[in-house]
Design a binder for this molecule. Sequence first.
Ligand code: ADP
Length: 218
Amino acid sequence: MKKQFAVIGLGRFGGSICKSLMNEGMDVLAIDQDEEKVNEFASIATQAVIADSTDEKALKSLGIRNFDHVVVAIGDNIQASILTTLILDEMKVKHITVKAQNDYHETVLNRIGAHEIVHPERDMGIRIAHNVVSDNVLDYLELSDEHSIVELAAGPTIDGKTIVDLDVRSTYGCNILAIKRNEELTVSPEPEVKLYEGDILIIIGADADISRLESYWI
Ligand code: ADP
């Protein structure tokens, strides 16, 4: 059976979630208090309704309790976001994801039943900062406070060397998950595989280890 999602708040973030879920073939109920936003999503979402999510009765009448996953994507109105999350938690919604606007907002959301908190602006900021600080870091995904997956462009120092030669795991404590060369992707490369300048290496490890490896490989 298709998963049933509801997205509350159809700003840039909520709107983008809604469109992506529809592209994935999910059922999405799009909710906003702004009639214009709802009209815009009437032809995009499975269903789009005007409602104030801080109104418990309105959420009940939409049967929000029965949805598999509710995303609260209310932006600037932190109070409305918190109240909505409280109501959803009281209704025992199975999975609640909430967009946090700042750290204070996140702390409160953690206490009141949000199952997952996302911080899109902050996370994207961190990701872009990594990309601009180092020319060799092409992309970056934070796994925890200390671990990441990075896409690194291989520099001349490692040209022609194998993964064994470089002793990546024991010297740097990192693992090469995959190598992209031209359009080809080799996942879990064998230790004998040779690396060439310009290869794109997808590496997992502790941030400190990745930094060490980066400084040697550039
Ligand atoms: P973003 O930063 O993701 O663009 P916005 O703050 O622009 O976020 O958009 C948030 C959306 O949430 C707006 O369309 C707004 O009308 C909607 N919204 C805010 N409060 C409520 C509420 N109580 N009930 C329903 N929708 C709300």
